[in-house]
Design a protein around this ligand. Structure first.
Ligand code: HEC
Length: 114
């Protein structure tokens, strides 16, 4: 093996073992556990409308269909404390109970694919 090929091979191994490049993947159950922990399901069901006063994640997604920057918009919404109108009353819209960027990204991607 030439020195060059050896160099390429070791570069490849170094990259493959760099944690930042190994995108963590989250299962459906892990994302749902996070949403449950953060009380999101109190108001939002996944696709079926159980709580009629609040939109399902599918409806939320349909509302922003075709708009630019949906990922950024949702990320901001789920990481900051805001308010929402429920039955004409302003209530707290609390952020996710995590600061972990990969968890937040997984939740936003999950919402965007309902
Ligand atoms: C008290 C009820 C309630 C809870 C709890 C709640 N939401 Fe919401 N959420 C709403 C309502 C009502 C809306 C729609 C009106 C609005 O956007 O303010 C909404 C809107 C949203 C939107 C759409 C924002 C947009 O840009 O259109 C997202 C995303 C969202 N919620 C995610 C979450 C997540 C994630 C959680 C848990 C951390 C959560 N919500 C908890 C009531 C709630």
């Amino acid at each position: 093996m030439s020195h060059y090929r050896l160099w390429i091979l070791s570069l490849g191994l170094a990259l493959a073992s760099t944690p930042a490049l190994a995108a963590p993947s989250f299962s459906d159950d892990q994302v749902k556990a996070l949403l449950r922990k953060s009380n999101c399901f109190k108001c939002h069901s996944e696709t079926e409308n159980k709580a009629k006063d609040t939109p399902t994640f599918r409806e939320i997604n349909a509302d922003v269909k075709g708009r630019p920057n949906v990922e950024r918009r949702f990320t901001r919404r789920v990481t900051t404390k805001t308010t929402a109108d429920v039955k004409n009353k302003e209530v707290d819209h609390d952020p996710l109970k995590t600061k972990d960027e990969s968890e937040i990204r997984a939740v936003v991607k999950w919402i965007m694919t309902r």
